[in-house]
Design a protein around this ligand. Structure first.
Ligand code: NAD
Ligand code: ZN
Ligand code: ZN
Length: 345
């Protein structure tokens, strides 16, 4: 089968690989129908993710058809159409029993990282019963690719952790796919204002179309100042960090209102300063989270009932044999206006 293989920092190739086989009775083999590329794959290619070693097939998102199941799999049969979750959960360890699948001691984020991933014709998915989701008839499968990672990430790490409330004021720093997923799902709770901040005019235009009440281009570095002015110096109830660099986290510190929450989503590679000398008396909270994907079944229902349409984040489509072009397009978003690229196997 064809597969996109990480060959070490800065190197990747489309290779011919053997079709994966069942390795544990709880495994399933899924024939990939559609997959996508995540910003995290670009982090891996930069050499930022030590657990991902050369030779690994990348990808942790996708929808497909169950091809084969291990003897212990009871919830799925060959032919079932499924969403592959970016998090593998055994369902049995202490963390899984708490609903914190991201820290499953037997799984967690391993797909396309510690084990071969979804940017291939077939993928072996561990703990199939508790890591795959059945696709209901009549739901758009392209939209469902967004349920593997970005929608639950924006919702769990940003919106739920940030306790977005009716009538509240929200700012989202970063209008990439994750920030936009937070924007889409924040609207379940009817906040009064959602302010989006980025440097990219195209992404800010998309944010306006998707429901942002104000967009701010931070090219002049004055986003925090402008947000404070807009809110009479008060700041925002929820500041969602959806970038992963120190500057954007500090913007969140600058704009969080008394009693507010900074909900960090971004993957940080270096330290960010925490200004406790300004924040100690402001009754704020800071949350961090690796997506658990506990809300995937709920989000699937909102997609089915058209309360949310993540298809609006898809900008490009490629066939699997053109996945190197898909990486080029996705990796140069400022020139190509790419958000999510769908790759068809
Ligand atoms: N916590 C989790 O479980 C989890 C899961 C998936 C992704 N992530 C992380 O979420 C982050 C966002 O992902 P993405 O795919 O949307 O990334 P992305 O790189 O596509 O988007 C980030 C956006 O932030 C903008 N930006 C950069 N610096 C900024 C600043 N100082 N102020 C305002 N905007 C700024 C960029 O122009 C870009 O549009 C990444 O760090 C990613 O690794 C976390
Ligand atoms: Zn991802
Ligand atoms: Zn577990």
């Amino acid at each position: 089968m064809k597969a996109l293989v990480y060959q070490g920092p800065g190197r990747k190739a489309l290779e011919d690989r053997p079709k994966p086989a069942i390795a544990a009775p709880t495994d399933a083999i899924v024939k990939i129908v559609k997959t996508t590329i995540c910003g995290t794959d670009l982090h891996i290619l930069k050499g930022d993710v030590a657990t991902c070693t050369p030779g690994r097939i990348l990808g942790h998102e996708g929808v497909g058809i169950v091809d084969e199941v291990g003897s212990a799999v009871t919830a799925f049969r060959p032919g079932d159409r499924v969403i592959v979750s970016c998090i593998s959960s055994c369902g049995k360890c202490d963390y899984c029993r708490k609903g914190m699948y991201s820290h499953c001691v037997n799984g967690g984020w391993i797909l396309g990282n510690a084990i071969d991933g979804t940017q291939a014709e077939y993928v072996r998915t561990p703990f199939a019963d508790t890591s795959l989701h059945r696709i209901p008839a009549g739901v758009d499968e392209e939209a469902l690719v967004m349920l593997s990672d970005i929608l639950p990430t924006g919702f769990e790490c940003g919106v739920l952790n940030g306790k977005v409330q009716p009538g509240s004021t929200v700012a989202i720093i970063g209008a990439g796919p994750i920030g936009l997923a937070a924007l889409l799902t924040a609207q379940f709770f009817s906040p009064a204002e959602i302010i989006m901040v980025d440097f990219d005019e195209n992404r800010l235009e998309v944010a306006t179309r998707l429901g942002a009440t104000t967009v701010i281009n931070n090219n002049d570095g004055k986003a925090a100042e402008k947000i404070l002015k807009m809110t009479d110096g008060r700041g925002v109830d929820t500041a969602i960090e959806a970038v992963g660099v120190p500057a954007s986290f500090i913007t969140c510190e600058d704009i969080v209102a008394p009693g507010g929450i900074i909900a960090n989503i971004g993957v940080h590679g270096v330290k960010a300063d925490l200004h406790l000398e300004k924040l100690w008396d402001r009754n704020i909270a800071i949350t961090t989270r690796l997506v658990d994907t506990v809300t995937t079944p709920m989000l699937l229902k909102t997609l089915q009932s058209r309360k949310v349409d993540p298809r609006r984040l898809i900008t490009h489509r490629f066939k699997l044999d053109k996945i190197l072009e898909a990486y080029e397009t996705f990796g140069h978003a400022a020139q190509t206006n790419a958000l999510k690229v769908v790759v068809e196997a």
